[in-house]
Design a protein around this ligand. Structure first.
Ligand code: ATP
Length: 584
């Protein structure tokens, strides 16, 4: 129950609803427990008449009718209270489910990029859906049936002891055996549930990855391999589930056996005490009814225990993420004005998941409004530089400075607000083109959206679609070409009117002429913005104020186009090679 302690705050939040639920449960069960007593009275009245203790039949009949009316009344009222009890407690569990989902989602949003690199999307989704559902069962049915059982037990046992202590002791004799068996079984269920949830996550993650990469799977014709992998995972998951079910299936027979034992004891011991004249026949009937009324709640103990065990396992998985501290924290609450000067001072950075040192003692400066172009072979560390400017990661040693201040001493929201980041792989949400561009500025007018699209040289493509800017893209909509996606994602960055514009090899999918047009547009609209552009093409970088060439995380060449084009090295080679390709 350690993991579930985390949820106590929700009990506090909804304490009044839960207390009302408890009170209603008490009313419902108290009324239901009047019925055996009324039946007992009726039986005894009939027997008294038969034995000649009462002679007036009309009095007996009136007594019986009165009891019947009371039984019907108690049953109806108890049913009504049971209905209200379900409404109160199950609704509370839904409210808590809503709160918990939001809490996890907010935590996901706070966590750093590294967290997403280390955890699979399917697993993240599973914890916010499957695991939360399991926890909801703890707040809903588990709490409701526990309250039910507790009230029924207390009220029934008090009534039973009031009638006959010896008979009650014998009736309750199987209870300790029941508790021990429940304890042992629940431990087994807990262990097996954890494994089942882990496999469910693995299955979701596998399916999610397959669907995301379906085009690759199909083009390589390896659907069979994917199916085999999923199949083998499913088989193991099925076996683990069956294992869990075997343990759960033991509960009911065990409960029925022990309750049956109680019934036999009531009949045998009750019979002996009746013969001895210590109790009436009505009491035996009343006890049999109590025992049978307790059957369901006792049987439910097993089910509730397994719900609680599963919720415990799920909450443990949820807590694992909730307790995760974001690696990148906003340490400054006050707003920061960003101008756009950038400096790297002896920066070294290692990705902790792969242990790859992507940048080694890297230094450069860039004044506000200048353009820096970054070139280098694949894997040399270009994107890492850009990620550090957006503070998606923090440096291991050295400093990244913006406007002369360490980036950690600036308000993180303001830094990100002032950066227009166009990543290497354009990502569009399943929404209209307009909303995808507006993502950069939620209040942008249609004119502003169009202007951003014009600057990104995509406006003419958009208006060619039947629905224009209202065309749906992404999973539910039209499929755009790689170049079109890249240009929409440039428009999204431009509409922010950022102080720092970061273009991470985002023109790779457009032809050189389109690239030229976009760069010219950018030159006009972003002359006052600090721009960082990563590219593999000399044509994209030749007009930059500064060019740096990166190799294995260090700068091997730097200067302007004119300076570098005549120096032996990577830049000159690249220039000559691309010039040759153009001539051919
Ligand atoms: N998220 C990550 N986790 C672990 N290692 C990473 C991560 N991103 C990049 N790396 C590693 O860091 C090194 C530098 O990568 P980076 O993406 O900065 O290179 P790049 O120059 O931008 O490459 P490309 O031109 O192919 O985009 C590479 O060896 C890469 O494998």
């Amino acid at each position: 129950m350690k993991a579930l302690k985390y949820l106590n705050k929700y009990f506090l939040k909804y304490k009044y609803r839960l207390l009302i639920g408890l009170f209603i449960t008490f009313c419902s069960k108290y009324l239901a427990l009047q019925i055996p007593q009324l039946i007992s009275k009726s039986l005894d009245a009939s027997q008294d008449y038969k034995n000649g203790l009462v002679t007036d039949l009309t009095v007996v009949k009136a007594d019986l009718l009165n009891n019947i009316l009371l039984i019907v009344g108690a049953a109806l009222l108890s049913g009504f209270f049971t209905f209200i009890m379900r409404q109160t407690i199950i609704v509370t569990s839904r409210l808590i489910e809503f709160d918990l989902k939001n809490e996890i989602y907010q935590q996901y949003q706070r966590l750093s990029l590294n967290f997403y690199k280390k955890n699979k999307t399917g697993d993240l989704m599973n914890r916010i859906s499957e695991d939360v559902s399991k926890v909801r069962m703890y707040f809903g049915p588990a709490i409701m049936y526990s309250m039910n059982m507790l009230v029924l037990f207390i009220v029934a046992i008090v009534k039973m002891y009031n009638i006959d202590v010896t008979l009650t002791n014998y009736t309750l004799l199987p209870l300790p055996v029941l508790s021990v068996s429940i304890y042992v079984l629940s431990r087994i269920i807990n262990k097996r549930s954890t494994v089942v949830q882990q496999y469910l996550s693995k299955l979701t993650a596998n399916a999610q990855e397959t669907f995301s990469g379906i085009s690759i799977l199909k083009s390589y014709g390896i659907e069979r391999n994917a199916m085999a992998e999923f199949g083998s995972l499913s088989v193991t998951a099925k076996e683990k589930n069956i294992n869990l079910f075997k343990a759960q299936a033991l509960f009911f027979p065990l409960m029925i056996l022990l309750i049956g034992l109680s019934n036999i004891l009531v009949i045998y011991i009750g019979g002996l005490r009746y013969i001895a004249g210590e109790i009436t026949i009505g009491v035996i009937a009343e006890f049999i009814m109590y025992v049978n009324m307790l059957t369901w709640p006792v049987a439910v103990v097993g089910w509730v225990t397994s719900i609680v065990q599963q919720a415990e396992a799920s909450q443990e998985r949820i807590n694992e993420f909730l307790k995760h501290k974001p690696e990148i924290k906003n340490l400054v609450a006050t707003p920061s004005q960003i101008k756009g000067d950038i400096e790297f001072k002896d920066v070294t950075f290692t990705y902790d998941d792969t242990n790859i040192t992507a940048l080694k003692n890297l230094s450069f400066t860039l004044k506000q409004g200048e353009t820096l172009a970054i070139l280098g072979n694949t894997g040399s560390g270009k994107s890492t530089i850009l990620n550090l400017i957006a503070r998606l990661y923090d440096t291991d040693s050295g400093e990244v400075l913006i406007d002369g201040k360490n980036i950690k001493d600036l308000n993180l929201d303001d830094i990100r607000q002032n950066i227009g980041f166009v990543p290497q792989e354009a990502f569009l949400f399943s929404d209209t083109i307009k909303n995808n561009i507006k993502f950069g500025d939620n209040n942008a007018s249609d004119e502003k959206i169009e202007q951003a699209a014009k600057n990104a040289y995509i406006h003419h493509n958009i208006i060619d679609f039947n629905e224009g800017y209202n065309t749906y893209v992404g999973e539910r909509g039209v499929t755009l070409s790689g170049g079109q996606k890249q240009r929409i994602s440039i428009a999204r960055a431009l509409i922010k009117d950022p102080k720092i514009l970061i273009l991470d090899d985002c023109l790779s999918a457009v032809d050189t002429e389109t690239e030229e047009t976009i760069l010219n547009n950018l030159h006009t609209v972003s002359h006052n913005k600090t721009t960082l552009i990563v590219s593999h093409r000399v044509s994209s970088v030749k007009n930059a104020d500064k060019i740096i060439v990166i190799e294995n995380g260090t700068i091997v060449q730097q200067g302007t186009h004119n300076q570098l084009v005549n120096k032996i090295g990577y830049y000159k080679e690249l220039y000559e090679q691309q010039l040759l390709e153009k001539e051919l």
